[in-house]
Write a protein that binds this ligand. Structure first.
Ligand code: FDA
Length: 308
């Protein structure tokens, strides 16, 4: 990342963590966040997914929530995901689900977290669906990989996780997960990480991202490329074309509210495209990460605020 971009990102993530800013934003910022959040409710989110499906775009639904304080909350999220998977099956929309391990209790009790995620994965397996474990900040990287490996060992191969190109360790993680046939979403990485473990320069992150894309495409493992970056998208297309890797061997993923025209264009070109659709009332941390990623996202929010 350039020094300016990095400073912007760090400042925004730090300010967003401030208690007063947080309270004020939660009170007044909901309307602004609606640019990135599909709905407060499951029904509303399913209606958005139906609309996306009509445009040839698949979805992954995320019930917002992370960093919980009690295991009871984790059980509530587990049950919400089970309801979500049942509702997807009933409504026949084309969507899988993404969840955050800390939402299932990872920071509180690893065993309980595993049991919660396992229950969601089992429900998904029963319904022929897939569960993605989003990747959070670095204290949880290894634990998240361990959970998904254990799920696979127990026959729940309908699960996958996310690898962040900004971490130095990611090449090794991808090699290991390819061997285990664990399906991956590759992304740049959205958290504040120290330079001792993560690349800072934009060009280093992109170079590593490309290396990981090449590794997964060469392996034949079905992979998701999660990025809005034209250069990453163009690289993926060219790499696949040169090596005769079919369009159905991978998918592009983008976030709800970002580059919707590009999502439709890729789908029209015959690529598989999946939109990450968050819903629910715990929108604040997700929303501030989107603002931290790009100053341009602030403009999107302001435009939204003034109704243009
Ligand atoms: P980035 O924001 O770096 O933009 C690079 C360039 O792309 C821009 O300079 C511009 O040229 C173009 N561009 C980007 N947005 C544009 C826009 N709106 N309009 C026009 N041009 C635009 N992170 C994580 O740590 N754990 C996770 O589990 C996930 N999960 C996840 C799922 C999905 C589906 C996505 C898309 C992303 C994530 N992420 C994530 C977030 C990810 O790590 C990263 O922070 C963001 O995707 C931002 O990086 P990009 O590669 O999208 O481009």
């Amino acid at each position: 990342m350039s020094i300016g971009t990095e400073l912007y990102r760090k400042t925004l993530l730090t300010v967003a963590g401030n208690k007063i800013v947080r309270t004020l934003s939660i009170k007044y910022g909901k309307r602004l966040a609606s640019r990135f959040i599909s709905s407060d409710t499951l029904q509303g989110a399913l209606a958005e997914v139906e609309a996306l499906n009509r445009k040839g775009i698949m979805a992954t639904l995320d019930h917002l929530g992370e960093g919980i304080k009690h295991l009871g909350e984790a059980k509530g999220y587990r049950d919400e995901y089970i309801r979500l998977i049942e509702a997807i099956a009933r409504s026949k929309v084309h969507s899988n689900v993404s969840l955050k391990p800390t939402q299932m209790g990872l920071a509180l009790n690893r065993r309980a977290c595993y049991d919660n995620i396992r229950a969601v994965a089992a429900k998904a397996q029963e319904n022929g669906n897939f569960v993605r474990l989003d990747m959070e900040d670095s204290p949880y990287t290894q634990a998240t990989i361990d959970i998904v490996r254990r799920l696979h060992a127990e026959g729940m191969t309908n699960t996958g996780t996310v690898i962040q190109a900004y971490l130095y360790r990611s090449g090794q993680d991808v090699a290991e997960l390819i061997r285990g046939r664990v399906r991956l979403r590759l992304v740049k990485g959205a958290y504040k990480e120290p330079v001792s473990i993560a690349y800072r320069k934009t060009s280093d992150v992109s170079d590593n991202f490309k290396k990981l894309i090449a590794m997964t495409l060469d392996s034949g493992l079905y992979t998701a490329i999660g990025s809005h970056d034209d250069r990453i998208i163009a690289y993926t297309k060219a790499y696949a074309e040169e090596r005769n890797i079919p369009k159905k061997a991978f998918e592009f993923q983008m976030l709800y509210g970002l580059r919707m025209n590009e999502q439709e264009r890729l789908a029209r070109e015959g690529y598989r495209v999946r939109c990450y659709v968050p819903y629910g009332s715990m929108w604040y941390p997700y929303y501030t990460r989107r603002l931290a990623e790009k100053p341009a996202n602030l403009w999107l929010v302001l435009k939204n605020m003034f109704g243009s």
